[in-house]
Design a protein around this ligand. Structure first.
Ligand code: ADP
Ligand code: MG
Length: 299
């Protein structure tokens, strides 16, 4: 009887838009007591848009966006795509193209650097500019903090050792995320928000979806996400995780149950046990409920 029930379970899963790697996956849905949720692209849509360009006094707004956007064209990060898109649009309106990038380098979880139009450009988290000879002035640090307190991501821009401005980028919480958090809790799972983004943005998103401040883990570098999962496991938690990004793959593989957003990257999908095709977090609750019900039928 066992194989038939499993096939029913996985067939129903496909109808619900859930792809299950194999029957052995179902078992961990019973034991999971914690669910780690990646923020960007999982709890939020990850489709960011540029909101604001604020420059250091004396700097030209168009030039800040042009050089930052040119550099960000080389990155696939959602923040980068928002900046590159806005800059390309502005350039097109001037009948120009964005300049090419040389010596591009990505610093995961921090930002990017490269040569654009003969300038050594840095774009990323404000602390990426710490070594600059002319760092962000107090007014711009305040702009960055205000944006973050408001749930937006602040990105600093410098070139040739001088801070030039701050760009703010906003992401939207998926409309179903708060309901999903409620349902997951109803299934006996404790939701934890995990992100590389700063603590203020993380706290704002957590409040919007009903995750307690104590269950927010922010400013985690991509390579350390796996450590967060391991530590939870060491404290005897059975950990499910939902993620979408390249930076989530190792942690998804480490989790007792890895769930990937179907809208996410291939690496995340390959590292996971389950794929939520629609990229709707409610499907995570559906998947766990279905898996448990399937197991109940066969046991
Ligand atoms: P998350 O865990 O939320 O998916 P990441 O670890 O990928 O986020 O990135 C953490 C933070 O680093 C971002 O919120 C952003 O502030 C900054 N960052 C990363 N890559 C870039 C980039 N290409 N341009 C600007 N900022 C970046
Ligand atoms: Mg993500």
């Amino acid at each position: 009887a066992t194989p038939t029930a499993l096939m029913v379970g996985t067939g129903r899963g496909a109808q619900l838009g859930i792809l299950i790697r194999g029957p052995e996956v179902l078992e961990s849905t019973l034991r999971a007591d914690t669910i780690v949720l990646d923020k960007t692209g999982t709890v939020t849509t990850g489709e960011m848009t540029l909101q604001d360009v604020v420059t250091v006094p004396g700097e030209d707004r168009d030039e800040v966006l042009r050089l930052a956007g040119a550099l960000e064209r080389a990155s696939e990060h959602p923040v980068a795509r928002a900046i590159a898109r806005a800059a390309a649009g502005a350039a097109a309106r001037r009948d120009e193209e964005l300049p090419a990038v040389d010596q591009f380098a990505n610093r995961a979880g921090l930002g990017v650097r490269g040569m654009v139009d003969g300038h050594a450009v840095l774009v990323g988290r404000p602390r990426l500019l710490n070594g600059c000879s002319q760092p962000l002035p107090a007014e711009l640090l305040q702009v960055a903090r205000d944006a973050e307190a408001d749930g937006r991501t602040a990105v600093a821009v410098s070139w040739d050792g001088r801070a030039r401005g701050v760009l703010t980028v906003a992401d939207a919480v998926r409309p179903t995320s708060a309901a999903a958090v409620r349902e997951l809790r109803g299934l006996g799972l404790r939701p934890i928000l995990l992100t590389g983004d700063n603590a203020a943005v993380a706290a704002t998103v957590a409040a919007q979806v009903g995750i307690a401040p104590d269950d927010v883990i922010a400013e985690v570098l991509p390579e350390d996400k796996i450590e967060v999962v391991r530590r939870l496991q060491e404290s005897n938690r059975v950990v499910a995780m939902v993620g979408d990004g390249v930076n989530d793959a190792a942690a998804l593989a480490q989790a007792d149950l890895g769930l990937a957003m179907g809208t996410g990257t291939d690496v995340a999908i390959e590292a996971s046990d389950l794929t939520l095709v629609s990229g709707d977090l409610l499907a995570a609750a559906d998947a766990i409920r279905l898996a448990r019900r399937t197991l109940a039928t066969i046991q």
